[in-house]
Design a protein around this ligand. Structure first.
Ligand code: PMP
Length: 437
């Protein structure tokens, strides 16, 4: 047991001194003091199965990652103005996972910072700041990232789209205008991008960049119809723009079949942004791009980043890559993800409230509806279900415009036993809550 501050004291201090925009999960927030593998432990030692943390990718406090960070921290931590093995060893290993011609790596400290830099690179290369982004998307917390995130600028407190920002339809095969996962729906959604490009052309403008998560996270745990990115990328490039793949949430083998989620769409982006899982919780991120785009950034203005690429972050990043390989975590994501989806599908046959199940590897969305025909979102039910799962020591949260989608993206060490525990708890939750409906 932990002898630290009381939950009440922490809460009061946060409210008074840490800014009112800081949010907490659950009606009665948890105090978490320790983590190991897929589990988090509260101050009393109660374990919670963590099904949402896609940051502690190879498991909470993985010993190899912790040791790598500790050893380098005790030896040296400085900036990139000195030659150091770690920077190049790590960059080489990371770049080896990327397809040609993605051969330049720039290190930063957060997903927001990675997207921020990606926008600058794209603007310098194309000469256009016109930005296309997908409805409901989130790309980070800086000014430029908020402007690129409909989830924020069109959400509470938002100020709408800036003039240079253009939203395209969310390619959602379940709830969107074009249903089904087919080349036809992919093309229909891609046509909406062409609509924007044509509109820009009519004003003598061209797209500078198209940013899109390779699987939609915040917009609702959505798997885009195959063929969508291929069509869109060629439209954008034909019009003179570049394509940015935001892999901040979905990269590093989460889909199981591939290291990068964009590979499931058979495309090679011009710029890829990485974050969250890259350092297993240590704050680091990266931008990967082509030689040509990186060269266009040489304008005479230095790009300096105090922390990006420091030897500690590089040691940690390298350990993460090694653990993914050594522990065959992509195979696990594929197998466990498939098993979990099959078990969820069994529940779908019993419980009408499950409208849709989609996912790749350990990135799964379960959309809950009041009625399967009207697809009316079961928002309140979902909220109650999350609390009911918490009471059964499972941490899960929701996603999507109507907060009716269970977002499943656990650490990659999540196994079949964990999946069984979750399915049992979910079944209990459905039984309990459906009776109360
Ligand atoms: N892109 C995506 C897709 C994200 O989900 C997030 C964070 N939720 C970000 C960018 C921003 O990353 P960070 O919070 O590390 O700045």
């Amino acid at each position: 047991p932990d002898s630290g501050k009381s939950k009440k004291d922490i809460k009061t201090f946060r409210e008074t001194h840490l800014g009112k925009t800081l949010s907490l999960s659950f009606k009665e927030p948890l105090k978490i003091v320790r983590g190991k593998g897929t589990y988090l432990y509260d101050e009393l030692g109660t374990p919670y199965l963590d099904m949402v943390n896609n940051v502690c990718h190879v498991g909470h406090c993985h010993p190899k990652v912790v040791a790598a960070g500790q050893a380098q921290m005790a030896k040296l931590n400085t900036n990139t103005r000195f030659l150091h093995d770690n920077l190049v060893t790590y960059a080489e290993k990371l770049l080896a996972t990327m397809p040609e011609p993605l051969s330049v790596c720039m290190f930063v400290n957060s997903g927001s910072e990675a997207n921020e830099l990606a926008f600058r690179l794209a603007k310098n290369y194309t000469g256009s700041e016109e930005l296309l982004t997908v409805e409901g998307a989130y790309h980070g917390n800086t000014n430029a990232c908020i402007n690129a995130s409909p989830y924020k600028f069109d959400g509470p407190g938002g100020e709408g789209a800036k003039k240079y920002v253009h939203q395209v339809m969310l390619p959602d095969p379940y709830r969107g205008k074009f249903t089904g996962n087919s080349l036809i729906s992919a093309q229909a959604y891609a046509e909406d991008v062409q609509r924007v490009i044509t509109g820009l052309g009519a004003q003598d403008k061209k797209p500078g960049m198209f940013i899109c998560e390779s699987l939609q996270g915040v917009a609702g745990q959505i798997i885009m119809p195959v063929g969508y990115l291929q069509s869109v990328y060629s439209m954008i490039r034909d019009a003179g723009g570049v394509c940015i793949a935001d892999e901040v949430q979905v990269g590093f083998g989460r889909v199981g079949s591939h290291m990068w989620a964009f590979e499931t769409q058979n495309v090679v982006p011009d710029i890829v942004t990485l974050g969250k899982p890259i350092g297993n919780g240590h704050p680091m991120a990266a931008v990967i791009t082509t030689q040509a785009i990186a060269d266009a950034f040489v304008t005479g203005m230095e790009y300096f980043n105090t922390f990006g690429g420091n030897p500690v972050s590089c040691a940690i990043g390298q350990a993460v890559l090694e653990v993914i390989q050594e522990e065959k975590l992509m195979d696990n994501a594929l197998e466990t993800g498939k098993y979990l989806q099959q078990e969820l599908e069994k529940l779908q046959q019993v419980y009408e409230v499950i409208g849709d199940i989609r996912g790749l590897g350990l990135f799964i969305g379960v959309e809950l509806v009041v009625d399967r025909t009207s697809k009316e979102p079961a928002t309140e039910f979902t909220e109650q279900l999350i609390e009911c799962l918490k009471a059964q020591q499972i941490i899960l949260s929701t996603e999507g415009k109507f907060h009716n989608i269970l977002k499943i993206k656990p650490p990659m060490v999540f196994n079949k036993t964990d999946a069984d525990i979750f399915i049992k708890a979910l079944k209990y939750g459905f039984e309990l809550l459906i009776k109360q409906l």
